[in-house]
Each structure stands twice: as C-alpha cells, then as structure tokens.
Design a binder for this molecule. Structure first.
Ligand code: SAM
Ligand code: DTB
Ligand code: SF4
Length: 333
C-alpha cells in the first residue's frame, strides 16, 4: 500500500471513530434534564430558534389516522384501550374491508391531509393479514397520499414487503424510557421495539417513533425517552409525542394528570435535540386548551393528526382545527 493510500485509510477510520463517538455522546440524559429545568421562556425561545433554523415555523404537516383493525389485541400495554385483557368499551373487530379504507383515504385527501396512517391492534402482523394491508398501502399511495402504517412488531422480510408495496413511514413507538418501560408493558421488550425499528431502517422506510407522556414517569424518564430517540444512529424522521389519553378499564386510568407546561417542555426538548425531525403533537389534543396547543407549536411541534378520531379515542373536530390554524396563521403541508 502506498503512503498516500495508507493515510487515506487512517483518515477514514478516524472519521468513523469520531462519528460513532458523536452518535454515542450526542445527548446525555443529564443534558436533556438541564433543558427541562430552564426557565420556561428560555426553553421556548431556544426551541423556537432551532425550529426556525430548520423549518418554516408556520407550516404544519397533517396526517389522518384510521384504525383498520380495532381491538382484541393480545398485548398488555397499560395505556391501551385495545388490549383484549382490559375491560374497555372497545370491541374486537375484524380487518376493515379495503373499500372502506380507500373511502376514508379519499376523504382524508379531500380535507387536506398529506399522509394517511393505518393502525392495527396487533402484536405483530401474521402473513395472511399482511397481504391485504399491502394492497391497501399500494392503493392509498396511488391516490397521491404519503402512506404510514403501525402494525406492531415486524418479522424478518415484512419490512421489505411493506417497502415494495409503497410504504413511506412505519410508526413504532418506544413509548417511554427503558427504566420505566417494564412498569407499563410486559409482553414485549424494549429490545423487541429497537429490533423492529432497525428492520424498518434497513428496508429504507422512514421511521416514525415517539412515546407517551403523563403515564406517571419522572422528569428524568421523560428526558430518558427523548435521549433514546435523539441518540439513534439516525433520529426518526417523525416523532409523535402523545399525552396519555386515560381510558376507563386500562391500568393507567386514574394516574395523576401531568402539568401541561411539562408536556410543552417535552415538545421543546424533542425539538432542540432532534432539529431536523417533524415533532408531532399527537394524542391528547382534545383535552388541551388551544393556548396550550399554540405553545406546543411555538415550542417546535410541526405535525398533527387531523380528523375527529385517532384510533379509538377522540381528536378535535376538523372544523375546530381549521379555525385554530386560521387564528394562528398556520398552513397545512
Ligand atoms: N399495535 C401496534 C403497536 O402497538 O405498535 C400499533 C398501534 S398502537 C395503538 C400505536 C401507539 O399508540 C402506541 O405505541 C402508543 O404509543 C399509542 N397509544 C395507544 N394508546 C394510547 C393512549 N391511551 N394515549 C396515548 N397514546 C396511546
Ligand atoms: C402515535 O404515536 N399516536 C397514534 C399513532 N401513533 C398510531 C395513536 C394514538 C392512539 C390514542 C388512543 C386511541 O385512539 O386508541
Ligand atoms: Fe396492542 Fe398496540 Fe394497544 Fe399495545 S398499543 S395493546 S400492541 S394495540
């Protein structure tokens, strides 16, 4: 090897080592806790500055969500009304016929959504269930909508099939910090979730990954969730931050309500630590005053779910959101 080639090899390996060091040290939990501890105005100013450096601050990405397979889920996620083992009002329904899914996608497009997200209450899709979903994805994509699906854990090869069908985003949440995770879910591990996220990345599908705030976790644990997301080799393109919607019959029903400023602080921390990601103000908007939502947008949220229903719980009326956008001078993308 010539001297020149030798030094090129050295530089490449040094660069690789430096960049893996950067990935490991991008954000420590302690640094994120420091963000949470800033005076509110300082935190919001910093988040808004990062936001303006990276995005049009008045543009909000709009997704519509449809539950294509509701209820009867085998898992024990303590927040979820769709788990079969909890006694909630949600019934176990079969997979929705494709015509109904396409009609909902058409309506979503007409009302201005750019992305259509299909959710299924599965631990993981069986191959016989995946086939019809692949067809739904390709037909929704053909309407000119971006496609997103959230179907649970993926087995080998399934992410590639979703990609081939035209899937743009896969939603799979870490939900909370590793230390709190076992208090909420026992039927799948944190590592199971990370493995699914890896297979989504490998299939070159955009990652949508976030969590739920207000489940009784500590501030440290909220920061721990944000650190997990921000320190991924490539942070998720889309980061849904859900405020727990408490549903009667689930184990987390009755947990102490989170102070809304703490929720806004979590949005700001996500924005500062993941400057290029879309941060989605997700579940919980129905219970939020419009002033709180406005603060979330100022703190860097730039995506919402649009339409009266999330999967099984309520979301603001479309007309109410149109009025809020008009009042704040926001436009949908
Ligand atoms: N079954 C699949 C899974 O768990 O990945 C997909 C659907 S699941 C309902 C998608 C996400 O919705 C969960 O990971 C959780 O973050 C969120 N979610 C479910 N119930 C919620 C609730 N009551 N409040 C806030 N977010 C909730
Ligand atoms: C996400 O993070 N939030 C959405 C979406 N991904 C699938 C789901 C919220 C569900 C809220 C409870 C329900 O409606 O059942
Ligand atoms: Fe099932 Fe998903 Fe609900 Fe967990 S969050 S119980 S996996 S539908």
């Amino acid at each position: 090897m010539s001297e020149l080639n030798m030094s090129m090899v050295d530089v490449t390996s040094i660069k690789r080592n430096v960049s893996s060091l950067e990935v490991e040290k991008r954000w420590t939990v302690a640094q994120i806790v420091e963000l949470f501890e800033l005076p509110f105005s300082d935190l919001i100013y910093r988040a808004q500055t990062v936001h303006r450096d990276n995005f049009d601050p008045n543009a909000v990405q709009v997704s519509t969500l449809l539950s294509i397979k509701t209820g009867g889920c085998s898992e024990d996620c303590g927040y979820c009304p769709q788990a079969a083992r909890y006694h909630t009002d949600v019934e176990n329904e079969p997979l929705m016929p494709i015509d109904e899914v396409l009609a909902a996608a058409r309506a979503a497009k007409e009302s201005g959504a750019s992305r259509f997200c299909m959710g299924a209450a599965w631990r993981s899709p069986k191959q016989k269930d995946l086939e019809p979903v692949l067809k739904m994805i390709s037909e929704v994509k053909a309407m000119g909508l971006q496609t997103c699906a959230t179907l649970g854990m993926l087995k080998e090869g399934q992410a590639a099939q979703l990609k081939d069908a035209g899937l743009d985003y896969y939603n799979h949440n870490l939900d909370t910090a590793p230390e709190f995770y076992g208090d909420v879910i026992t039927t799948r591990t944190y590592q199971d979730r990370l493995d699914t996220l890896d297979s989504v990345r490998e299939a070159d599908i955009n990652v949508c990954c976030g969590g739920i705030i207000g489940m009784g976790e500590s501030r440290n644990q909220r920061a721990g969730l944000i650190a997990q997301l921000a320190n991924m080799e490539r942070p998720p393109e889309s980061v849904p931050i859900n405020l727990l919607t408490q549903v009667e019959g689930t184990p987390l029903h009755g947990v102490d309500e989170l102070d809304q400023f703490e929720f806004i602080r979590t949005i700001a921390a996500a924005r500062i630590t993941m400057p290029k990601s879309f941060v989605r103000l997700s579940a919980g908007r129905q219970s939020m005053h419009e002033g709180v939502q406005a603060l979330c947008f100022i703190a860097g949220a730039n995506s919402i779910f649009y339409g009266e229903k999330l999967l099984t719980t309520g979301n603001p009326e479309a007309e109410t959101d149109k009025q809020l956008f008009a009042k704040l001078g926001l436009h949908p993308i």
